[in-house]
Design a protein around this ligand. Sequence first.
Ligand SMILES: NC(=O)c1ccc[n+]([C@@H]2O[C@H](COP(=O)([O-])OP(=O)(O)OC[C@H]3O[C@@H](n4cnc5c(N)ncnc54)[C@H](OP(=O)(O)O)[C@@H]3O)[C@@H](O)[C@H]2O)c1
Length: 325
Amino acid sequence: MKAMPLPHTNLVGSRLILGCMGLGGGWDPQTVIDAQTIREAQNFVDAGLELGANFFDHANIYAHGRAEDVFGRVLHDRPGLREKLILQSKVGIRWAGNPAGSPQRFDFRKQHILEAVDGILSRLQTSWIDILLLHRPDVLWEPQEVAEAFRILKEQGKVKHFGVSNQNRFQMEEVQSVLPDPLVANQVQMSLMHHGFAETSISFNQESPRYPDGWEGVIEYCRKNKVQLQAWSPLDRGVLLGDTAGKPENVQAASLLVNKLAREKSVSPEAVQLAWLLKHPSGIQPVLGTSKPERLRACAQALDVELSHEEWYSLFAAARGKPMP
Ligand SMILES: NC(=O)c1ccc[n+]([C@@H]2O[C@H](COP(=O)([O-])OP(=O)(O)OC[C@H]3O[C@@H](n4cnc5c(N)ncnc54)[C@H](OP(=O)(O)O)[C@@H]3O)[C@@H](O)[C@H]2O)c1
């Protein structure tokens, strides 16, 4: 698999990041890790390594910690593997009831960040993670408190680099202004169907309302400051890849075109959909979500697909459900 240097680091990561949200047996808090769950994690890691991937994305909340837990067991059983991988995780989302009586919330307070990272390291059975992302903005955050937490984590050697997720340009600017080191990444939802990043580029001075999700300036800020953009849900959770009967017209049209191009290029539809993101000049890194080895292989074909300028815009128009303005 193609690799790329990660800006502001000495890391070289696979062009596709392997998301680990699907590991650990799902979101039911009562689930316990069994032999099958561990086997799935082993098969997932093996398939990724066979494809040449080395970059894995976690969050402390995935499967209520079980995603990191099973991954840590795989690492434990394979001495020497940890050093070959780039491990990224996220903190800042807290579920209701933890501790008892508390609501679901976001938490960028220093103590929570420090405790959450200790939990991540213990579950992953490692002494460091390469990249820590702030998962979803905490309305009540104090940037100085985040900076202090990051300083301690770096000093302790527990985290090498820091980034954010789901942050707009102004939030990135604010946190960056108090950090000594550059943010290395922003992980945001981006895909053919969730295409606000592209819509924003063509919406200036249009009469129709602008895409209402705060994308203004994010691409430009990230390119200028070399903040690596990572795309979560890059395949729209498979909506274009299955039966689209009864789905909105633009979903059906996009799916039809994705499948047509896949046939013409003799690749999987997953590859075409991912190639649409990969062609963006900001160098977006998709974070794959499948936990199935065969689907990972279908996705990896994306690195061999070159969409023409015209194919890219045809897909964009189909997904928008209308031509360019
Ligand atoms: N920063 C954030 O806020 C945030 C939010 C969400 C996710 N993430 C990260 O982003 C990663 C990807 O997110 P995602 O899971 O939503 O991404 P996705 O790649 O768009 O969707 C993957 C999901 O769709 C299913 N799927 C159905 N058909 C598929 C097909 N033909 N090909 C591939 N997948 C298909 C997969 O199931 P199977 O496993 O059965 O294949 C899986 O549940 C996560 O693992 C996580 O690391 C980050």
